[in-house]
Design a protein around this ligand. Structure first.
Ligand code: KIV
Length: 262
């Protein structure tokens, strides 16, 4: 098995200009698959709420939901750096709340790194977590937990003022000790600017090819959420269609008495 990926590995990959491949996963079998495929980062994202639990947004996801799925995925991961999202309102109240929630994701869920959304406003929380020995990944740009404040799932950092604020936020997270930062749905040029300005890796989603790595929501890549695939996602296979066909074949086999065989 290739060497275990650790937070320090990410920095080395950036320095060596080796691209970082990240995918989400939410349960044991998919964690086994993404780890065996050689992803560098496996993220139990709170996208869980939309692609697995059927919510309209990530907002209803609870810390208990995240711990439950993080535990399951944990058992399937051997090599990838294993990251889990802090869900909405499990860390925004205070650094102390963040410490307690992150502690549970690590102790009970088995996460190696916790990810939180926000730039400058999350620098102090990141610092507090790092002081407690907790590894942190940042997430700026389109931060889905702020969907209502942002006015929808729309590209961020489009004006120069917004771009400067986003860059300052990413720099503040780096200074506070974040090991990497996700750049979600920002202009390619801005992603390139942030990537150049930071020593820690940037992991892009819908932000162009200049980022140090890329992340996709696994269910989008597998074609498991056919009715709401974001335009930036690449669909590698159509598992929903295959599952539908298999289930239909099973139903007709039972109805027509082809299964089980006599
Ligand atoms: O929740 C999630 O899956 C994420 C990725 C899209 C980065 O945060």
């Amino acid at each position: 098995m290739p060497a275990k990926i650790r937070t320090a590995t990410l920095a080395k990959m950036k320095a060596a200009r080796e691209k970082i491949a990240a995918l989400t996963c939410y349960d044991y079998p998919m964690a086994v698959a993404v780890d065996a495929a050689g992803v560098d980062i496996a993220l139990v994202g709170d996208s869980l709420g939309m692609v697995v639990l059927g919510y309209e947004s990530t907002l209803p996801v609870t810390l208990e939901d995240m711990i439950h799925h993080t535990k399951a995925a944990r058992r399937g991961i051997k090599r990838a750096l294993f990251v889990a999202d802090l869900p909405f309102m499990s860390y925004q109240v205070s650094p102390r709340q963040a410490l307690e929630s992150a502690g549970r994701l690590i102790k009970e869920g088995g996460a190696e790194v916790v990810k939180l959304e926000g730039g400058l406003e999350m620098a102090e929380t990141t610092r507090v977590l790092r002081r407690a020995g907790i590894a942190v990944m940042g997430h700026v740009g389109l931060t889905p937990q702020s969907v209502h404040a942002l006015g929808g799932y729309r590209r961020q950092g489009t004006s120069e003022a917004q771009a400067r604020a986003l860059l300052a936020g990413a720099k503040a997270l780096e200074k506070a000790g974040a090991c990497a930062v996700v750049l979600e749905v920002i202009p390619e040029k801005l992603a390139a600017r942030v990537t150049k300005a930071l020593k820690i890796p940037t992991i892009g989603i819908g932000s162009g090819p200049s980022c140090d790595g890329q992340i996709l929501v696994l269910n989008d890549a597998l074609g498991l959420s056919p009715d709401r695939v974001p335009s930036h996602a690449k669909v590698y296979t159509r598992l929903y269609d295959q599952a539908l066909k298999a289930a239909k074949n099973y139903v007709s086999d039972v109805k027509d008495q082809r299964f089980p065989q006599r």
